[in-house]
Design a protein around this ligand. Structure first.
Ligand code: NAP
Length: 260
């Protein structure tokens, strides 16, 4: 298999297979959304104050597929969402002391993570891997059946880069937890609102624009398409024989099932 490898900085490593992973396209997605809505499921979102998490909340607010959505983070932010959304502030270092916030929530989305720039390796691993694993453990104990995790393109056990190795360890630990269903997303560069981004990140995104124009599904994904891909997949009936790891192109394919 041939690969495109683009290195912009340590956190942006893209090893994109040129062959594509095909995702089943559902010709009629709306009835599936209705069917899911009728199940009366509830969810939580970790990392909802970040780029991917905010977009997920926005799309969940449009989809209205959950009766309750608990947004779990280290701070509250202003949000224009429906009454089914509740923000809860926790200390991720002591997540076992916050079991109650996960109680009875059957679906979990984890968009928590941090850039490896400007922090120690120890802190990077603690936030990127350990916070997510601990939160997943507590969520499972409290009734989470379907856990969704954002790792990233370049996730690889023997990666040269810390990002790839730590995300691979995270995926492995989540797989060992035996959720009823685990869905892993490996987006390439996530494009969205650049508010709060470092100058180097803005520059990297600007450099990417012409490339993403020429090859829209390979090297990047918009925050809203990523969110839609995750929502479409949650709604889709689960096939337990499939190991759910979605690379960038597959996330695009999932997202295009959702037409406004
Ligand atoms: N951005 C990309 O291009 C890209 C590409 C591939 C994969 N990913 C992965 O996708 C995930 C989401 O990325 P993103 O761009 O949305 O990240 P982001 O904008 O930096 O958001 C990260 C989220 O994690 C939270 N967080 C960070 N450090 C924390 C800490 N010490 N304690 C508690 N919460 C903490 C942030 O909370 P605060 O708002 O309070 O800081 C925020 O909600 C990450 O795991 C990332 O590695 C990103």
């Amino acid at each position: 298999m041939s690969f495109i490898i683009i290195i912009i900085n340590q956190d942006f490593i893209y090893t994109t297979p040129l062959s594509t992973h095909n995702v089943l396209i559902h010709s009629d997605f709306k009835p599936e959304m209705e069917r899911f809505r009728a199940l009366g499921r509830s969810a939580f979102v970790l990392g909802y104050t970040g780029l991917a998490g905010k977009a997920l909340v926005k799309e969940l607010n449009k989809a209205k597929i959950f009766t309750k959505v608990v947004l779990i983070g280290r701070r509250e932010i202003p949000l224009d969402v429906g009454p089914e959304f509740k923000q809860k502030v926790v200390d991720f270092g002591k997540i076992h002391e916050h079991k109650d916030v996960f109680q009875g929530l059957d679906t979990g989305f984890c968009c928590l993570g941090v850039s490896s720039k400007g922090i120690s390796q120890e802190d990077y691993i603690r936030i990127t891997r350990d916070y997510c694993v601990s939160a997943a453990q507590v969520a499972k104990e409290q009734g989470c059946k379907h856990f969704t995790m954002l790792t990233g393109n370049g996730t690889k056990k023997d990666s040269w880069y810390l990002f790839g190795r730590v995300k691979a360890e995270l995926e492995e630990k989540l797989e060992e937890m035996n959720f009823d269903r685990l869905s892993i997303y490996r987006p390439a560069m996530i494009l969205g609102d650049s508010e709060g981004m470092k100058v180097s990140e803005k520059l990297a995104r600007a450099c990417f624009k012409p490339i993403t124009y020429l090859s829209p599904t390979r090297l990047a994904i918009s925050d809203s398409l990523l969110a839609r891909g995750m929502i479409v997949n949650v709604v889709k009936p689960h096939d337990p024989s499939v190991r759910e790891i979605y690379e960038n192109k597959a996330i695009h394919d999932l997202a295009h099932n959702w037409k406004d």
